[in-house]
Design a protein around this ligand. Structure first.
Ligand SMILES: Cc1cc2nc3c(=O)[nH]c(=O)nc-3n(C[C@H](O)[C@H](O)[C@H](O)COP(=O)(O)OP(=O)(O)OC[C@H]3O[C@@H](n4cnc5c(N)ncnc54)[C@H](O)[C@@H]3O)c2cc1C
Length: 407
């Protein structure tokens, strides 16, 4: 039986993230956005102090040991204040930490996951390349075995935290024949450190959204990666990349839900202040319609991501449900942000109000972690029977099981 009543732990987490983000981050958001400044110490320091960088990582690996609903709640609260904060949860806590937790060896978890959960090291996710986004099999990066190492060459683009993260989960072709045939069982996942020789990174130029966030590229020129940094087995890279997306998309869904709420609250505030034709604009039915739609979208999006979180807690496969939650929430957040600008009239067209930032920030999530079109195709394919999720060798540890093992 699904119960959406928050537990004491979940409520406390939600409250503490809300208070921290409102008190210590919100006052600086506008300026950081205007100056394109990634406020590293304030944001990463604060998130580490709150335990958010390892929120759903078990205590034995240095995490806060909270359930997956807490990961969603943190994502929602952070994006309520600014999308750049939630992006950190998506790539570090979602895509990377949970993949290491699930697919990593004990040695990898000790070496990489523990410092990530503490927040002393930050992690990213490198799948996209200049010529391959939705079409993952179109990637060009290669990894060639040389003795006890793999030599990686290639370029990854549009990578969140590219100039910030210490390690990346990187996918590359280890089988040239399968690369030619576009057979994804020729892809392998690696843990690549920024400190490895031949690794360089830089920012994406002229990005127009999530301006207080860091998004960039990295290149690997004969980067030697020790074989103990292969994540999972040789040939499991595609599966791991897709597994990671189940976790990242979950945080994106919850975050976009927070953005809808931010649009709703800003719109209500403005609709009660601004007067036209002798009344508050909230009195006009067409304005009410936009606000009502935001509420409907907010409540629906929240139920969808919570269902995913619940499935994760139970250890049940949730690719389909998480994809739907991500697709619905991000598309609804775009609608909410557009209407938030509309309700603000010309003032919405100025960065004096937050509506314009919401509008710029929401669009990225309709593109990353599966575009709107890819998610539509996925949902139709499930219904038509063209797509079936098969069990993978490793599955996200259920929350209940983890609790038992920690007692
Ligand atoms: C702000 C931001 C942060 C990002 N962070 C990361 C990150 O940390 N790590 C990472 O690996 N990547 C990241 N990405 C990249 C992102 O995942 C890709 O941009 C995304 O997968 C889409 O790929 P693409 O841009 O190459 O678009 P394309 O795949 O070239 O798609 C272009 C258009 O064609 C449509 N299309 C493509 N194929 C089909 C099809 N079969 N049917 C119908 N329509 C189709 C798409 O929906 C889209 O509208 C980020 C992107 C952004 C904008």
């Amino acid at each position: 039986m699904i119960d959406f009543t928050l537990t004491d732990e979940q409520r406390l987490l939600e409250q503490s993230v809300r208070e921290w983000a409102a008190g210590e981050v919100a006052p600086f958001v506008r300026e950081n956005d205007r100056t394109h400044h990634f406020d590293r110490d304030r944001i990463l320091g604060g998130m580490a102090r709150l335990g958010l960088l390892g929120v759903s990582v078990p205590a034995e690996y240095g995490g806060a040991g909270m359930d997956y609903i807490c990961l969603g709640l943190a994502s929602e609260e952070l994006e309520y204040v600014d999308t750049s904060l939630r992006v950190i949860m998506s790539v570090h806590a979602g895509l990377n930490c949970l993949s290491l937790l699930t697919w990593g060896t004990e040695a990898q978890k000790k070496k990489y996951l523990v410092p990530q959960a503490h927040g002393t090291k930050i992690a990213g996710y490198g799948l996209t390349e200049p010529s391959a986004g939705s079409d993952v099999r179109g990637m060009q990066s290669t990894a060639v075995r040389r003795g006890d190492r793999y030599v990686l060459n290639g370029e990854k683009s549009w990578i969140s935290l590219a100039d910030v993260a210490d390690h990346f989960l990187v996918v590359a072709w280890t089988d040239p024949e399968k690369k030619r045939e576009r057979d994804p069982s020729g892809l392998t996942a690696f843990i690549v450190e920024r400190a490895f020789k031949g690794f360089t990174s830089g920012p994406m130029k002229e990005k127009w959204g999530i301006l207080a966030g860091n998004t960039g590229w990295f290149k690997m020129a004969d980067v030697e990666v020790p074989e103990e940094n292969v994540l999972g087995r040789i040939g499991e890279g595609f599966k791991i990349a897709m597994f990671a997306l189940d976790q990242g998309r979950y945080t994106v869904a919850a975050g976009a839900t927070g953005l809808i709420r931010a649009c709703r609250d800003a719109s209500v505030k403005y609709a009660l202040e601004r007067k036209t034709f002798g009344v508050e604009i909230g009195q006009h039915q067409l304005v009410k319609e936009m606000i009502a739609q935001m509420e409907s979208d907010y409540q629906s999006a929240r139920l969808l991501w919570m269902r995913s979180g619940w499935l994760k807690n139970q250890g049940l496969r949730n690719t389909r449900e998480t994809g739907l939650a991500k697709w619905f929430a991000t598309v609804a957040s775009e609608r909410a942000a557009a209407d938030c600008v509309q309700i603000h009239g010309a003032n919405g067209y100025s960065d004096e109000y937050p509506a314009g930032r919401f509008y710029r920030n929401c669009k990225g999530a309709v593109i990353y972690e599966g575009t709107r079109e890819i998610h539509k195709i996925m949902q139709a394919d499930y219904l038509l029977g063209y797509r079936v999720d098969r069990p993978t060798r490793c599955e996200l540890p259920p929350y209940g099981e983890r609790l038992k093992s920690e007692v």
